[in-house]
Design a protein around this ligand. Structure first.
Ligand code: PLP
Length: 405
């Protein structure tokens, strides 16, 4: 059975710590990881949690304890992962448009590195010769993912090394003794179709014989999770079966043994998190009933930024009559969480639960409008743990230079 927090637990957290509040469920994260390892059992597969979806140290620590590895998008994420106890061998650093100094620092920390530009790859090859194997991110010119904004592998994308530049990479391999150990692609987020991963896989298989030190194919993240009722996520069982078939065919044909790596973010944490908020104001305008809550796009930007759908439930009146509400935030911008959404009758003071907010929720939050970042709570083994306190006004002032009087 899929682990799920019940309404009483969520309301208890809101009462104890106030709203807005992010609530996470450790067992759900474990469940997601077990789905992956179960589906891919028997395959040489490794799963690196994409930390950028949620970096709270307690979440990272939990993910380490259940046996997953971690993928980082910045040197600071690498440092957070190390603080959470990951060893360098368990950390993958997949950067984009970063300075060479950041890559050099990652190298000195001893983590796996995927490089995403010819410029940095050339500098890396010069500096390290054969002493430090790397991964390279390839831009496969595949259109994939939920929409253009979250699609990263198409031919106008900023990500990766273009296929046309591969001859330059081959030259670095020959002339600078560059050891390319990993071929990486990440074509986007919310990829439902198994075929997209297979297309990427087959492309990398075609390139594989050009890389004498190759050991790993890294297919990135982007597994889709359902946000709306009736929606389907990536079928990881089907994906595992197909990858297995393609991998063994490749190995039989070439005699090359490869590991397969993945970097899911959403898949680990999206469904494990909720944003709880309270209804401040009900306001009628024509045929629209606004429910104005004590959160906003500064605390969950996905609906306004990506047009993302999040299910919203009224926890305080779950048996109320169903009515349509437009749920809006308290920011001085149009910030709509949901439009004309059927919900159990809402009263001022009710606690609403915005579901599937674990990934790219808190992590993309800001203190816009000088609002304080919400607290974060994690349920684990049935008990509730505060894992980040609510910000205070003093926190907002922390890095500012005080006025002289
Ligand atoms: C964002 C990202 C991921 C994770 O994407 P999800 O859609 O959260 O699975 C994985 N790898 C790389 C390189 C990324 O940039």
């Amino acid at each position: 059975m899929t682990p799920q927090l019940n309404t009483e637990q969520l309301i208890e957290a809101a009462h104890r710590y106030g709203t807005p509040l992010y609530v996470y469920h450790a067992e759900r994260i474990t469940h997601q990881f077990e789905q992956l390892t179960h589906s891919f059992s028997g395959l040489p597969a490794r799963f690196f949690y994409a930390a950028k979806s949620l970096t709270n140290l307690h979440i990272l620590n939990h993910i380490r304890q259940i046996g997953a590895d971690v993928d980082c998008s910045s040197i600071n994420e690498v440092k957070l992962a190390m603080k959470a106890g990951f060893r360098p061998e368990q950390i993958l650093y997949t950067s984009n448009s970063v300075s060479f100094e950041e890559i050099a620092e990652a190298r000195s920390l001893g983590v796996h590195i995927n490089i995403d530009s010819l410029s940095n790859l050339t500098k890396f090859a010069e500096a390290n010769r054969g002493s430090y194997p790397v991964g390279i991110r390839i831009r496969p010119d595949i259109m994939a993912g939920g929409n253009l904004q979250i699609s990263t592998g198409h031919d106008r994308s900023k990500f990766g090394i273009a296929m046309a530049d591969l001859p330059e990479v081959y030259r670095l391999i020959c002339e600078k003794d560059l050891h390319v150990r990993v071929l990486h692609i990440h074509t986007g987020s919310e990829i439902k179709e198994v075929e997209v991963f297979l297309k990427g896989l087959d492309l990398l298989f075609e390139l594989a014989p050009n890389f004498p030190h190759l050991q790993v194919i890294d297919l990135g993240g982007g597994f889709k999770v359902p946000y709306q009722e009736g929606e389907k996520g990536t079928d990881v069982n089907a994906l595992a079966a197909a990858v297995s078939k393609h991998l063994y065919a490749f190995e039989n044909r070439t005699g090359i043994d490869l590991e397969i790596w993945f970097e899911p973010g959403k898949y680990f944490v999206a469904e494990a998190g909720s944003l709880l908020c309270s209804v401040n104001v009900l306001k009628r305008s024509g045929d629209i009933e606004f429910a104005g809550v004590d959160s906003g796009l500064n605390q969950l930007i996905r609906p306004m930024f990506y047009g993302a759908y999040h299910q919203i439930d009224n926890l305080s009146n779950s048996n109320g009559v169903m009515k349509p509400y437009t749920v809006v935030g308290n920011i001085c911008e149009t910030d709509t969480f949901a439009e004309d959404r059927m919900m159990a009758e809402v009263r001022e003071g009710d606690i609403l639960c915005i579901r599937n907010a674990g990934a790219y929720g808190f992590e993309m939050a800001s203190s816009y409008n000088a609002r304080l970042l919400p607290a974060e709570v994690m349920f684990r083994d049935g008990s509730m743990h505060l894992i980040r306190r609510r910000q205070t006004l003093d926190d907002l002032l922390l890095a500012q230079i005080p006025l002289e009087d």
